[in-house]
Design a protein around this ligand. Structure first.
Ligand SMILES: Cc1cc2nc3c(=O)[nH]c(=O)nc-3n(C[C@H](O)[C@H](O)[C@H](O)COP(=O)(O)OP(=O)(O)OC[C@H]3O[C@@H](n4cnc5c(N)ncnc54)[C@H](O)[C@@H]3O)c2cc1C
Length: 425
């Protein structure tokens, strides 16, 4: 990899997600050569991916070029590359475009979809972790509608119009709600000759309630909202196989579906090379101390979803959501300044600001520390928080106008098929 020669120390960040970007943004006064590497040239606002999948938003309103986000940094270099290996002994990383040495290394690679070792599911289900995958879901779903409109075979149509969402966490709940709104408000106008009642939306959750990490109140409300929208909820139910046409459930029952979105779990996007002891193997997360330093290393750090920090309050690590990633990124920036000046670093402590999920128009659930609420006000809060959290003023404006337009017109305008017909991106 070619970078200008310098006598400054080199700090390499792998990953331009919530953690990597919030770290880099706060490093403008640090006198180092800063290199950020990501396999995408943009930062993705993952919480709104489901709106891209369901035609509510175009992808460029939830993604933002990394070079543009960090344009104010001096001595900053971005490289579009995938990091494959870390050689800690020689302080060297291997990427698909060459090698690079570092003085300080920060791993902020987030997570990838976890299919729990089921290769057939991995081959046929649609994951939703990045923009190409979200666009793929959108195209595939619309292509199946086009096919159904031209089919005289009832069973084939049912399979094409049967939507299965696996995982009743916030992503599964939000996606199911958005699909139900398409069924209610949009598809009946587009496909006037189809019997829209043939479209079914099934949401599968292995636990005994939806939104397991949230309060009982949030679960009950989200369940009621989804049922009002006609989503069929299957609790205590695991999807054990999917061959692209038949979904097999844990009780061995089956149903036909051409559309199965897998939102059932994630695993750390680890990079090979570090000692086995520094990894929590079953989660693929790097064990870090209170300074986000990876166990066994002085100059290698991990932040965000990939970091596993065990504390009194978070015995199983912090939740894999945006806030810990942002807060760890910002905190590590301060600590790196201390480290480079030879000052002591400060331990990280997480400030939990609450969790929320939306089910659709006027329907959301919010859990704050002491307050739990749902309905229209929760939906308004959800929209405000997500709008403010988006990276880039332009994206906030575009998303705001899209939401206003969709709200007034009961529409989701981005119904374009832009990819070839295949399940995986
Ligand atoms: C569909 C979906 C919905 C979500 N909804 C919410 C929500 O509503 N609220 C919430 O708080 N959280 C939500 N989350 C979780 C939240 O997005 C994550 O917790 C957050 O993105 C973690 O930030 P991160 O920086 O650790 O990782 P990420 O944001 O995932 O960033 C990791 C970056 O590393 C890059 N990368 C990975 N491996 C490599 C490699 N080998 N080489 C180079 N680059 C690499 C990736 O391209 C990516 O840009 C959602 C996640 C998903 C997938």
């Amino acid at each position: 990899m070619n970078l200008p020669r310098t006598d400054k120390k080199r700090l390499v960040i792998i990953g331009g997600g919530f953690a990597g970007i919030s770290l880099a943004k706060k490093l403008k006064d640090l006198d180092v050569q800063l290199v950020l590497i990501d396999k995408h040239n943009y930062h993705t606002f993952q919480p709104l991916l489901y709106q891209v999948s369901t035609s509510g938003l175009e992808p460029d309103s939830i993604a933002y070029p990394i070079r543009k986000v960090l344009k104010r940094l001096h001595n900053f270099h971005f490289r579009l590359a995938s990091v494959e290996h870390i050689d800690a002994e020689n302080r060297n990383i291997t990427t698909n475009i060459g090698n690079l040495t570092y003085d300080y290394l920060v791993i902020a690679t987030g997570t990838e979809t976890n299919f729990f070792g089921n290769e057939e599911v991995a081959k046929n289900a649609m994951p939703m972790k990045n923009v190409p995958q979200a666009l793929n879901i959108r195209s595939y779903m619309l292509q199946n509608f086009e096919k159904a409109d031209d089919s005289e075979d009832y069973d084939e149509r049912k399979s094409l119009l049967n939507f299965c969402v696996v995982g009743g966490g916030p992503t599964g709940v939000e996606l199911s709600g958005a699909l139900a709104e398409l069924k209610q408000n949009v598809f009946p106008k587009d496909y006037r000759h189809l019997n829209i009642d043939e479209m079914e939306i099934h949401l599968f959750e292995g636990a005994d309630r939806l939104l397991p990490p949230m309060s009982e109140h949030a679960s009950e409300k989200a369940t009621a909202f989804l049922e009002e929208l006609g989503v069929q909820i299957h609790l205590n139910t695991l999807v054990s196989n999917y061959d692209g046409d038949t979904v097999t459930l844990s009780d061995d029952s089956t149903m036909r579906s051409k559309n199965l979105v897998w939102a059932a779990g994630v695993t750390g996007a680890k990079i090979e090379g570090l000692k086995a002891e520094s990894l929590v193997e079953k989660l693929n997360r790097f064990k870090v101390d209170r300074f986000n330093r990876i166990e066994g290393y002085d100059t290698i750090f991990a932040i965000g979803d990939i970091a596993y920090m065990e504390t009194e309050e978070y015995k199983a690590g912090h939740p894999q959501v945006a806030q810990p990633a942002i807060q760890q990124g910002e905190h590590l920036a301060d600590n790196l300044v201390h480290l480079i000046k030879g000052e002591p670093m400060k331990p990280f402590s997480y400030n939990d600001k609450g969790t929320m999920a939306t089910v659709g128009r006027n329907r959301a659930v919010v859990d704050l520390k002491k307050l739990k609420f749902s309905g229209f006000f929760a939906w308004f809060v959800w929209m405000f928080v997500h709008l403010m959290a988006l990276v880039g003023f332009r994206n906030r404006v575009v998303v705001f106008f899209n939401w206003a337009y969709n709200y007034i017109n009961y529409d989701k305008a981005a119904r374009l098929i832009v990819r070839p017909y295949k399940t995986r991106a």
